[in-house]
Design a protein around this ligand. Sequence first.
Ligand SMILES: Cc1cc2nc3c(=O)[nH]c(=O)nc-3n(C[C@H](O)[C@H](O)[C@H](O)COP(=O)(O)OP(=O)(O)OC[C@H]3O[C@@H](n4cnc5c(N)ncnc54)[C@H](O)[C@@H]3O)c2cc1C
Length: 423
Amino acid sequence: MFCRERLGGAVRKMSSLMPELSMEHPYKDITTETARTQIGFAGDLEKVPTVAEFWNDYLAQVIDHSVLPSLVQKGEVLRVHKRFLNPEEEVEGRSRLADLFRVIWKFDPGSVLKDSMKENPELFNKLGETVVASLEKGYEKFEDFDLVIDGRGVLSSPLPMGPSQTEALNEIQLRETGNIHYGFHSLENADSILEKSKSLCIVGSGVTAAMWLLKASEWMKNPEHSISLVSTEGVIFQGMFANPSHRDLSYKLNKYLEEMLLDYEKACEAYQKEIHAWRDLDSHVRAKTPQPQEPVPRFDVYHGCNVSAVDRLLDREGLFVTCETVDFRGERRQIELKTLGCDSIIVCTGYVLDQSMSRGLRTHFHHHGKSSECEEGTHPEAGFYTLGARKSGDRYDLKEGLAQLPQIEKNILSFFSRSEGDQ
Ligand SMILES: Cc1cc2nc3c(=O)[nH]c(=O)nc-3n(C[C@H](O)[C@H](O)[C@H](O)COP(=O)(O)OP(=O)(O)OC[C@H]3O[C@@H](n4cnc5c(N)ncnc54)[C@H](O)[C@@H]3O)c2cc1C
């Protein structure tokens, strides 16, 4: 098992980002019997845990269980291909399983190198700075396997902000500014992003955008801060609110959006009173009294829109997001073009699986780009599996992924089945 960081994936990260969020499914659906037995899990299987409970009482214990460390190799998998066969090639009279899969991974010497340098400084002095620096960068290694299960998930490949899952104009170039942040992993840097921003533009209105809005709720208490949200949805968060698998997050977000709306309404009421009082002043007093300022909503929504371009102006700070509406989304309206200024852009437009890793194999992915075309996670390449999202929907949760395990197991066992009469 290769993993480029400590095991636990998104759940581990969520346990520190939003520990109180519900996992939305009971333990029985998001754990396996094998793992429960191994760790002696005695919790109530019907209980729906929070992320923190799930992490502390189950997943962290599975990860720390003595069986796992011996299976795990820390390193990022870069490519998976056949040792010899190209995608068109067949082996006469045998399946392509006759050739092993070669897994190329990046070995990062990191701490091992530091320890060795401490233990043997003379040797490293002799090697010289250039050699040590090249070792520090890591290098590629490989190992060969009969079967490969790709369980990288999709969260490491967030989509860009433009239409049709592609980049908006200038997006690639402006990434270098460091002010455009992508997907779930950007939440890990939320504090530093918020600290240097007064205005955010969030692109998307799904689960990650909801988490970002909640994460920024404290920051939004500062009256100088504002958020613009651009979404292709005709009604923002409509998809998430309708999905029972997001009940808790939907509830929390809805409550927060209502609070923001209430605050704005209160500010409007106060303004109405102030403006009437100001108008009632004697004209000579009014001339010397400043007119009350109408409150501006600090949470602005641009629904049914795509971001088509992002720009930076030479004479002004920040980034400028151009979004366009269309007449066939949500309520019918004129096609419009709008440009919004902001300090940072958070792109929450969804995820795809990075398919380049298995470019040399016979793969067949669903057009949403998250999973194999086949529900079981299989591909035309025998022995190669994609574990995770299902073709049937945009959901990507543990319940669905775990339900795939016995299907993959069954497929693997079919390679070993004997025909009747075999001994
Ligand atoms: C905001 C949000 C809320 C969610 N809420 C829920 C929920 O309430 N309930 C629920 O069941 N699910 C929820 N999910 C989905 C849940 O996070 C995923 O189903 C779960 O994390 C999937 O696990 P995974 O192991 O497939 O992928 P991940 O958790 O993404 O883990 C993938 C692992 O693979 C590693 N990796 C990636 N690429 C490589 C590589 N090339 N080489 C080596 N290692 C690699 C990563 O570092 C990571 O450790 C939510 C997801 C998000 C984003």
